[in-house]
Write a protein that binds this ligand. Structure first.
Ligand code: PGA
Length: 243
């Protein structure tokens, strides 16, 4: 059985002190599902401090694919691990659109994250135009295959994949549970093509305008193992999504 994972992607929101007080509020609840906050780099230490003694985990939203070197402004997996980080988003569509991330850099970053024992949450998903052209499943298949290139199955089982249709991110337009399920199933079928016997243990999340009103229906689908939640993870209502 895959344990459900609810991951809150704060994006560029919540300062260190705001992170501390928000996590301190959320931790007063108990959750059966795994709960992670992906927070801005500078807010990681205070967010981790606020989780002490709870089961909530903290992750980052990006990392570099080298351990160290002349990469001004970048943060390495090794640095994140040193802080106590457990998860890292790789290849979010905003990173791909605004910061030049490609399927190739995504692949390098996943390998580096795994090498340091971080769990990558790898984002894939189509634009509205790609959906209308009928190439969604081809695209998801390609993105997944390039992301996982040369990653052996004993490492791949530690990866989380997030299906995030770009047209649903931050728009208030959520994929229907049927659309999200068929896309997540297409990703799982791609994993089955790549690996023997691990596709059923890899968690696949849905992301894109998840709220407490639609989360249950989405997360009840057979191939959806939780969510990557942006805007709704900034408010206390996030607790209802996690529950
Ligand atoms: P959203 O963002 O929930 O605000 O649509 C999701 C994401 O970008 O991960």
């Amino acid at each position: 059985m895959r344990k459900k994972l609810i991951a809150g992607n704060w994006k560029m929101n919540k300062s260190p002190s705001e992170a501390h007080s928000f996590v301190s509020t959320i931790r007063e609840n108990t959750f059966e599902n795994e709960v992670v906050f992906l927070v801005p780099f500078v807010s990681i230490p205070s967010a981790i401090d606020a989780t002490q003694g709870s089961l909530i985990k903290i992750g980052a939203q990006n990392m570099h694919f080298e351990d160290s070197g002349a990469f001004t402004g970048e943060i390495s997996a090794k640095m994140l691990k040193d802080l106590g980080v457990e998860y890292v988003i790789i290849g979010h569509s905003e990173r791909r659109a605004y910061f030049g991330e490609t399927d190739e850099t995504v692949n390098k970053k996943i390998k580096k994250a795994l090498e340091h024992g971080l769990t990558p949450i790898v984002c894939v998903g189509e634009t509205l135009n790609q959906r209308e052209q009928g190439i969604t499943f081809d695209l998801l298949r390609m993105q997944t295959k390039i992301a996982l290139l040369d990653i052996p199955s004993d490492s791949a089982k530690n990866i989380v994949i997030a299906y995030e249709p770009i047209w649903a991110i931050g728009t208030g337009v959520t994929a229907t549970s049927a659309q999200a399920q068929e896309a997540c199933l297409a990703i799982r079928n791609t994993l089955s093509e790549l690996y023997d016997g691990v596709a059923d243990s890899i968690r696949i999340l849905y992301g894109g305008s998840v709220t407490s009103d639609n989360s249950k229906e989405l997360f009840d689908m057979p191939d959806i193992d939780g969510g990557l939640v942006g805007g709704a993870s900034l408010k206390e209502d996030f607790v209802n999504i996690c529950k």
